[in-house]
Design a protein around this ligand. Structure first.
Ligand SMILES: [Zn+2]
Length: 498
């Protein structure tokens, strides 16, 4: 059953994609291949130093335990629309055949996002965990790492023995996987048993208070850390669900794991759920400007560079990357300084790739993917064209594929046109790949509402722009149909008790 010398065997399964159900473009196997789609031994030969597998391996090393790791699947895609049916069934088939080839394991380490949906399936992670449970039986413990923007469901909890979510936004996959593995190693060797308690909270709030270093999110997350420090729980996971999942079991949650004391852990779960509810109006505090005001602020600012966060078209949050809202406003604004804007448009990117550098080109840009946007026609000078994968070691996935990409200059506005959304222009490396130094611009549009860390060294200020789109901050006006009601802040709710 074991290789000679090993005293524990752990299978490893990793599937991470964050779905925005308001993005109508399906996520396919190609989208996974563009980031990572690996099976078997190849997973361990391509370990990202900041990723969860590195944290898992680090914990095994420091434990001194002799563990045979059986890697089955690593599938990563950028956030986007629901997985196509074929994509989900292809991933499930790899898991099923990997589990039967692995034979009997002592435990499973599973890294999932927790906010993935597929065509006709609201709860992809619940589906995957059921398949894993069916494959290994009820006696083999499953340890689960989730992104804390997950929508936790009954199916996920029922098929998991211990669970830990990211503790910070920006996220900490290495540290979370490392700390979860330390608990899991004890669970897998039957040194401890774990019980869990969880609560669903009927609320969804916008992204502008999602950073864990400040505001109500800091207060709530600090509370969880205090419960752990006082020994009230083995691990506390908080889930401020990302607010663009129109699904049956949507809502925030709290999951608490304990080594033995089920009664006290139920109280901890109640306390943390009630705390989130009590902060609900603070979570709804908005900090944004209209596109016109944001551009004027940046153009007038004495500070060197201002980031303009395109909150409605956050590629890292699952949007399409084709918003023309800020671009159109910039082109009409007669700005005095230089601006940099990313946009995803496969047709325009492929066309620009056939044009000569220095040529004057007229193209339609953006507004192709969803009803939130319409295309804008621009005439500009083609400055650079590139293709291929950009290596960015400080990204969780280590690199990004933007497909065919081009820099087009229209007056004071330089536009990065890409075939794939990539990272929505959040990293200076994607511009440097095309020979453009973002540090020379006055304002930089980024298609994220929270991942500002990569541009931090270049910039001194940022403004959230209140733009529409699949990741808009205005959660009330999104076209909800499946989410359970009543739900704060969509409905009048006088009070709620955990
Ligand atoms: Zn997240």
């Amino acid at each position: 059953m074991y290789k000679v010398g090993h005293n524990m065997k752990i299978a490893l399964i990793h599937v991470m994609q964050e779905t925005d159900t308001f993005n109508p473009v399906p996520t396919t196997l190609t989208d996974f291949k563009n980031v990572a789609l690996l099976e078997g031994a190849s997973i361990l030969s391509r370990v990202d130093p900041n990723g969860p597998t590195a944290g898992f391996l680090e914990a095994i090393r420091t434990s001194g335990k002799d563990v045979e790791v059986v890697p089955i699947l690593r599938a990563d895609a950028v956030a986007g629309g629901r997985l196509s049916r074929q994509t989900l069934s292809a991933l499930c088939k790899i898991i099923q055949s990997g589990l039967s080839a692995a034979r009997k394991c002592d435990g499973l380490m599973v890294f999932l996002h927790g906010a993935a949906c597929a065509e006709g399936v609201d709860d992809v992670e619940g589906e995957i965990l059921s398949i894993i449970r069916a494959g290994v039986g009820n006696d083999i413990p499953i340890a689960l790492m989730l992104d804390h923007h997950a929508n936790v469901t009954n199916k996920m909890i029922n098929n998991t023995n211990v669970l830990m979510a990211f503790r910070t936004q920006p996220h900490d996959p290495f540290e979370t996987a490392r700390d979860l593995t330390m608990i899991a190693l004890q669970l897998f060797s039957r040194q401890i048993s774990v019980a869990m308690a969880w609560r669903k909270i009927p609320m969804i709030t916008h992204q502008e208070q999602f950073l864990t270093a400040r505001g109500p999110m800091k207060e709530w997350f600090d509370h969880a850390r205090q419960c752990e420090a006082r020994g009230h729980a083995l691990t506390v996971s908080l889930f401020p669900m990302q607010p663009w999942m129109d699904v049956e079991e949507a809502g925030w949650s709290v999951v608490v794991a304990t080594e033995n004391d089920q009664a006290s852990v139920e109280l901890v779960a109640d306390e943390l759920a009630q705390h989130a509810w009590s902060l609900r109006n603070q979570f709804m505090r908005e900090e944004n400007l209209s596109a016109t005001d944001a551009i004027k602020f940046a153009d007038d600012s004495v500070r060197r560079i201002v980031l303009l966060s395109d909150t409605g078209d956050s590629v890292l949050g699952g949007s399409t990357g084709d918003s023309t809202v800020i671009l159109r406003t910039l082109l009409g604004a007669k700005i005095h300084h230089q601006a940099l804007v990313p946009i995803t448009d496969p047709v325009a990117a492929k066309h620009l790739a056939t044009c000569e550098i220095g040529a004057t080109v007229t193209v339609n840009l953006g507004g192709w993917a969803n009803n939130f946007y319409s295309p804008v026609e621009v005439t500009g000078t083609l400055q650079a064209v590139r293709e291929g994968i950009v290596t960015l070691p400080d990204l969780p996935q280590g690199s990004v594929d933007m497909g065919k990409s081009a820099m087009l200059r229209v007056g004071s506005v330089s536009i990065l046109v890409t075939e794939f959304p990539g990272v929505g222009g959040v990293h200076p490396g994607v511009y440097r790949h095309l020979g453009v130094e973002p540090g020379e611009f006055k304002m930089i549009v980024m298609k994220t509402a929270s991942n500002f860390q990569y541009m931090k060294q270049l910039t001194t200020d940022f403004v959230r722009v209140a733009t529409p789109g699949p990741t808009q901050s205005d959660v009330r006006s999104l076209p909800w149909s499946r989410i359970p009601r009543p739900m704060f802040p969509l409905d009048e709710m006088k009070d709620w008790r955990a």
